[in-house]
Each structure stands twice: as structure tokens, then as C-alpha cells.
Write a protein that binds this ligand. Structure first.
Ligand code: AMP
Length: 279
């Protein structure tokens, strides 16, 4: 608990993160790993894809409105998704920071987000199209508990290993929808790389051929680098206060330890376990 409070001081400098990346680039699983690490405790994961899927499942008015877009791999209209995110970001649980996954996806959404809140860091997860197609076309989702598998790493491609629920292929993971989603990404979302580069808050992480854990360690490094820059800006204020100085030193040591842990948990990638493929 003591350690957690100290890390909170650390986090005062860096709280709001956006993950950019093609569908299937691993944004969701990266967030899962990061949020389990002590450095990100208290932060909220906001996935627009998950919110929309939940609305479709619950048969809400919004769900009925957007179902056909998501099934075909098209984007939901900007005004609908912007209202949804504005509403989510107005809730008090985002006070300790958030990781936005799947939003923004268009320049109009990015502009609206700039009006809503201040971002600290935008992480661009880079994965080749070939790898995306392999990942998404083999993805199976459990109808009952929502667990996600890849056909390369499960025994029975029809049954969930956790709850024995039925595994299915999400309609937007079918080949035609994947092609559509990649094309939409190129046209609508790629321009955001320049949008955030100009703001000086973009960092790139090359993910092809890397395990989820390796990627999470690299992203954590970027968070540390960014935090250090922010601290530099506040250095006089921190060093004027001995307590803050001590807490900062401990928070930095903790930050390094988290990076080490993420790295050590590294598991082999699909490519390392099977015949290497040229990506
Ligand atoms: P995801 O799980 O993030 O790939 O999102 C699944 C689907 O939800 C997308 O293919 C879109 O149809 C829709 N969606 C999610 N986020 C957005 C967004 N920011 N703008 C428009 N549509 C979105």
C-alpha cells in the first residue's frame, strides 16, 4: 500500500494515454498486462469496441443503431462515438488517468478529444498487415465468458478452455471484414500518426514478432521516458521538497523494477515456437 501511494505521486505527471494501432495489433491484451502492473493501478481502460459490443449484446438503442457498422468492419459515425466517449470521460473514475483503446480513429474524433481532455502520451503499436490477418483470422471468442484464443494455441477450436462455452468467430474477424477494417484504418486512422507527432506526444513501438509481454515492457519504457521528461519540467518544485525528492527516487526505482518484471515474464512468440515466417 505504501509503495502504491508513492507510485501515485509518480503518476501525477503522466496519466492519460491513447493506444493507436490496427485492429488486432494487441491493444486490448497490452492494456490487460499494463493494468495488472502496480505502476498503472487506478488507471481506467476505456475500449470503445468493448462498449459498443456490450451495447449490441444488451440490445440497447445504441447497440441496434451501430450493429451493422461493426459487423461490416466500418466505423460508427463520428458524432455517435464522440458523444459516447465524452460521456465516459465525464465520469469520476478517470481521475487517476485512463488508457483509451480504439478511440480516436478519425481526425474529427482526435480534434473532439483534444477539446475534452489533455493527453500525455500516444503509443502507436506497429504491426504488419500480414501478421494482423494471421492474428484476426485465427481469433476465436467465447460466447459465454468473452475469453479470446488463437486457433494455433488451443486444442479444440470450438470449446472455451476456461468455461467450456462455445467459441465463435466474431463477424468482424471474417476475412472480408478484416480487409475492410485494414483499409478503413489506412484511410481514416493513419493520419492520426502525424496529428499526434506534430503535438510531440507520439511514440512508436514495433510489435511484429514480439510477445505481448515484450511489447508491454517496451511501452512501459516509453511511459517512464515520458514521465522523466515531465519530471524535469517540475524539477525545481520536486527538489525544493525533501519528502517529494525521496518519494520520487523510490518511485523511479519501482518503475525500473516493473519494467524488469514485465521483461522477465516474456513468453516466446508464435514465430519463435513455430517455423519462422518472413514478416
Ligand atoms: P475494436 O474492437 O476497437 O476493433 O472495435 C470494433 C468495431 O467497433 C470497429 O470495427 C468499429 O465498427 C467500432 N468502433 C470502435 N471504436 C470506434 C471509433 N472510435 N470510431 C468508430 N467506430 C468504432
Amino acid at each position: 500500500m505504501v509503495c502504491y501511494l508513492k507510485i501515485k505521486l509518480f503518476w501525477r505527471f503522466i496519466v492519460n494515454i491513447v493506444l493507436l494501432g490496427k485492429p488486432g495489433s494487441g491493444k486490448g491484451s497490452l492494456v490487460e498486462i499494463l493494468l495488472k502492473s502496480v505502476g498503472c493501478q487506478g488507471m481506467i481502460h476505456i475500449s470503445t469496441g468493448n462498449i459498443l459490443r456490450q451495447n449490441i449484446k444488451d440490445g440497447t438503442e445504441l447497440g441496434q443503431l451501430i450493429q451493422s457498422y461493426t459487423e461490416q468492419g466500418q466505423l460508427v459515425p463520428d458524432e455517435v462515438i464522440i458523444d459516447l466517449v465524452r460521456d465516459r470521460l465525464s465520469q469520476s473514475d478517470v481521475d487517476y488517468g485512463f488508457i483509451l483503446d480504439g478511440f480516436p480513429r478519425t481526425v474529427a474524433q482526435a480534434e473532439a478529444l483534444t477539446e475534452m481532455t489533455k493527453l500525455d502520451l500516444v503509443v502507436n503499436l506497429q504491426v504488419s498487415d500480414k501478421e494482423i490477418i494471421r492474428r484476426l483470422s485465427g481469433r476465436r471468442t467465447c460466447r459465454q465468458c468473452g475469453s479470446i484464443y488463437h486457433t494455433d494455441s488451443i486444442g479444440d477450436p470450438m470449446v472455451c478452455e476456461k468455461c467450456e462455452g462455445e467459441l465463435f468467430i466474431r463477424s468482424d474477424d471474417k476475412l472480408e471484414a478484416i480487409a475492410e477494417r485494414l483499409q478503413v484504418y489506412r484511410v481514416e486512422t493513419d493520419p492520426l500518426v502525424n496529428f499526434y507527432k506534430k503535438q510531440g506526444i507520439l511514440c512508436r513501438v514495433r510489435c511484429t514478432g514480439k510477445s505481448r509481454e515484450e511489447v508491454s515492457a517496451l511501452v512501459w519504457d516509453q511511459i517512464m521516458v515520458f514521465s522523466l521528461k515531465k519530471m524535469e519540467e517540475n524539477i525545481e518544485r520536486i527538489f525544493a521538497n525533501p519528502e517529494a525528492r525521496r518519494e520520487l527516487a523510490e518511485a523511479l526505482a519501482e518503475g525500473r523494477r516493473i519494467g524488469e518484471q514485465l521483461r522477465k515474464a516474456s513468453i516466446p512468440t508464435y514465430e519463435q515456437m513455430h517455423t519462422p515466417c518472413d514478416i
